[in-house]
Design a protein around this ligand. Structure first.
Ligand SMILES: O=C(O)CCC(=O)C(=O)O
Length: 146
């Protein structure tokens, strides 16, 4: 699609606590194709509560807050992996170039994981190690009956 600013396709950070994002490219991506841009050094920025609730930035806000900051285009051949601090400003860029297949996942020290429910009926499908791991994990609430 034509370039447009919306959702993750505008400058933003993902920071609700420190996280490392890892992006795997499964297709070749050039500057002409849909790709991500990262604002170098912006991971060191402090975002107040307002800027965590509203983590999207306009181009004007980026120019004012991070003047002259270099931008890295996350392009490369299939198999390229990018590792970036999710506190840094980044954005996807829509374009009429080729589509991009990618997997983006994130890692953190554990304390930034929200609580979530796991259906107890799934316990039987998990390995013993998986069950032990989940039983020890304080953020998980088993729901229902095994
Ligand atoms: O590459 C993109 O399209 C955006 C990725 C992104 O916003 C994210 O990983 O948080």
């Amino acid at each position: 699609m034509e370039a447009a600013d919306f959702g993750s396709f505008q400058w933003h950070h993902d920071a609700w606590g420190r996280k490392i994002n890892v992006m795997f490219l499964f297709t070749d991506v050039t500057d002409l194709d849909q790709h991500m841009t990262f604002l170098e050094g912006s991971h060191q920025a402090y975002h107040n509560l307002d800027r965590c609730r509203n983590s999207r930035f306009t181009e004007d806000e980026v120019l004012e807050r991070f003047p002259g900051t270099a931008r890295t285009r996350c392009t490369g051949g299939a198999g390229t992996v990018f590792i970036f601090d999710s506190n840094g400003l980044h954005r996807g860029n829509r374009s009429t170039g080729r589509h991009r297949d990618t997997l983006i996942t994130s890692f953190n020290g554990g304390r930034y994981v929200w609580s979530f429910d796991v259906p107890a009926s799934h316990q039987g499908a998990l390995t013993e190690d998986q069950n032990i791991f989940l039983q020890r994990w304080s953020k998980i609430a088993w729901k229902g009956h095994p």
